[in-house]
Design a protein around this ligand. Structure first.
Ligand code: NAD
Length: 322
């Protein structure tokens, strides 16, 4: 059994071990040194370059893990992503440099799905605006929408999409989905109808994105896409900000083509205070917090730590990406 006491591990997710201190103590007991990110935010490539030197393992948040970082990390054996998305990791560079990349599929799906449901209902009933008005002494008559009888469209029917569909079962709405990996058995179990991608865009009253950021999905929600959407529909994005052309979305919202949008993610994070989307009352914005719950941080933490240590021991990780 290799001696892990010679290894140094970098841990950058700011929520790591927040809800379970054993994640820290167990990792610290296994290896020689654990270095934590104390900046309070995901690291830029240049910040990471300073911290990665001499590290053998890396439990990674939403840092910019580009080729420069990977090529400078001569002793690095594993990047264990704390989460599912690997869009910020240069996977080709990792592969070329013999660095294993792992992730934690499914660990945060329930939490992201719960937030998605919260955002859909918040849009339908204008909960943030109603709360703000009531607290400031107003007593407005606000009339919202029921979810019952509405069409909820899911683009992406992977782990999070399925969890959203499962949670919508009690709302008497119609759930339609598109995913190139057509999981008809789960769809049937959950009462979800599979449709063509364009039908989802055209028919949904609430359209929710649950697909990864990749070269073919970047900027996918552009002006043409938004024009295709049902007039007065709502858009929910808990996936990645770069899926949406934010200028196109601004135009669709200000023209009234879309009735509202709820965004947990932005093309630039945090979005500048001058981002015009933030000024619109029909936009609900949250700070990329889909996975920030006790359940998700524990599940992501244990899965990332387990796979990081497995690779350092020379064993196969459970969830290998490259
Ligand atoms: P997943 O891999 O289980 O599912 C993604 C699904 O999208 C797959 O079934 C895939 O076939 C499908 N897909 C790929 N390209 C598509 C396309 N062009 N159109 C329709 N479907 C397509 O991933 P997941 O766990 O469901 O996560 C989905 C995304 O959510 C992640 O990639 C990540 O970017 C994002 N995410 C956000 C948060 C957050 O905090 N807001 C947390 C976790 C994940």
């Amino acid at each position: 059994m290799p001696n892990l006491k010679v290894y140094r591990v970098l841990v950058t997710p700011t929520s790591y071990a927040k809800n379970d201190p054993a994640l820290r103590s167990e990792l610290e007991a296994e290896v020689s040194e654990v270095v934590y990110n104390t900046t309070g935010h995901p690291l830029s490539s240049s910040e990471l370059l300073e911290m990665i030197t001499g590290c053998n393992g890396y439990i990674a948040g939403l840092d910019d893990i580009d080729r420069n970082v990977i090529e400078a990390a001569h002793q690095l054996k594993v990047i264990a992503r704390y989460g599912v998305g690997v869009d910020k990791v240069d996977l080709d560079a990792a592969k070329e440099n013999g660095i294993v990349v792992t992730n934690t599929p499914g660990a945060n799906s329930v939490s992201v799905a719960e937030l998605t449901i919260g955002l859909i209902i918040s849009l339908a009933r204008m909960i943030p605006a109603a709360s703000e008005a009531t607290k400031t002494g107003e007593w407005p008559r606000m009339s919202g929408l029921t979810l019952a009888g509405k069409v909820i469209g899911l683009l992406g029917f992977g782990s999070i999409g399925k969890n959203v569909a499962r949670r919508l079962q009690g709302f008497d709405c119609m759930v339609i989905a598109y995913d190139p990996l057509y999981d008809s058995a789960t769809g049937e179990d959950l009462g979800v109808q599979f449709r063509l991608r364009d039908e989802i865009i055209r028919e949904a009253d609430f359209l929710s994105l649950h697909l990864p950021l990749a070269s073919d999905t970047q900027g996918m929600v552009n002006a043409a896409f938004l024009r295709q959407m049902k007039p007065g529909a709502f858009l929910v994005n808990t996936s990645r900000g770069e899926l949406i052309d934010e200028e196109g979305l601004l135009e669709a919202l200000t023209s009234g083509q879309l009735r509202g949008a709820a965004l947990d993610v932005f093309a630039q994070q945090p979005p500048g205070t001058d981002n015009p989307l933030l000024a619109l009352p029909q936009v609900i914005a949250t700070p990329h917090m889909g996975a920030h719950t006790d359940g998700a941080t524990n599940a992501m933490g244990w899965a990332a730590m387990r796979d990081c240590l497995a690779v350092l021991r020379g064993e196969q990780p459970v969830y290998r990406v490259v």
